[in-house]
Design a protein around this ligand. Sequence first.
Ligand SMILES: Cc1ncc(COP(=O)(O)O)c(C=O)c1O
Length: 383
Amino acid sequence: MGAGTADWVTMRVPAEARVDLGAIGHNIGVLRERARGAEVMAMVKAEAYGHGLVEAARAALAGGASWLGVAKLAEALRLRDAGLTVRTLVCVGVPGEPYEEAVARDVDLTVGAVWLLDEVVQAAERAGREARIHLKADTGMSRGGARGDDWEALVDAALKAEATGHVRVAGVMSHFACADEPGHPSIAAQIGAFTEMVAHAEKAGARFEVRHLSNSAAALTLPEARFDLVRPGIATYGLTPVPALGGFGLRPAMTLVADAALVKRVPAGSGVSYGHTYHTERETTLAVVPVGYGDGIPRHGSNVLEVLAAGRRRTIAGRVCMDQFVIDVGDDRLAAGDEIILFGPGDRGEPTAQEWAEALGTISYEIVTRIGARVPRAYPGAL
Ligand SMILES: Cc1ncc(COP(=O)(O)O)c(C=O)c1O
């Protein structure tokens, strides 16, 4: 790959996602500044949005996050296995998980239904210690959590379980549906509902250590929604949660690169890749880039997405295949082994994940998170 130390040369791989851990630390700093007074739970679910669970978690903690958030219990246990003992919350509750292990390993659990509370209480009994839980209120997202009578029943059951020493009701939380659309009427409605549902629980006797509602968009734009803790995901990785409001001083952490695998001259009128959806207009140089939809490059990006090669942006020529795609570099000089930047922070003129997302009608979350396990993650500069 590109020039570098001798180590880089010996560790050459045809494609890699380079993750700037310093950028993650910087982004947590931006979020802490914005969320003044509130603690930061870095959301590291889904391999830290593709950046690498443990490495990104460590970088976020070094940057000042004091909690970690994951979706699944297995992710929390991996963090524990890696020696990370910081408070860690599992945000999605499903039946039949090994909750006993969660309790034994000091993992906080989100509980949004009485059936889940029952499972956690039984696990706490078996583990012989108190489970720490966060009650999940459905304030308008209509996904996880309880509302109405179900909320009252959940609060009641949780406080009874606390009285018997099986659980500690450590937190209360909810999640925004439209925080990335400033001014959306659901935002104020959800803040109002959360405030009322928390007040109800406190009146019933709950003593919450942390109340939390804000994702990245809310942490950056809604001071009134910060409560005690914010839960940024996408902003931790430097991608804006509200593109219309700019970048908030965040720095994208992931750069996806691949080496040109094969470079060749072809005549005018050559059909390129499956379906021949691209034809060369004149004699030209094609380069094969050795990543495809099997690595998380969206097939919808065929003839749409741009990459940086030989100093200029090139649109993918023809269909993205499972393991490779082709670019047309005209008469420019490109050799097998030359580095191609698919996306990154944009410093060298390469597209950003946000640009890819816009070109495909999706969100940057999907672009970085879907980069597959086949693409090694590299942490240049990490000790
Ligand atoms: C419960 C919860 N909190 C926080 C987040 C982080 O959201 P974002 O990446 O928009 O900051 C998520 C992600 O979807 C989530 O599910």
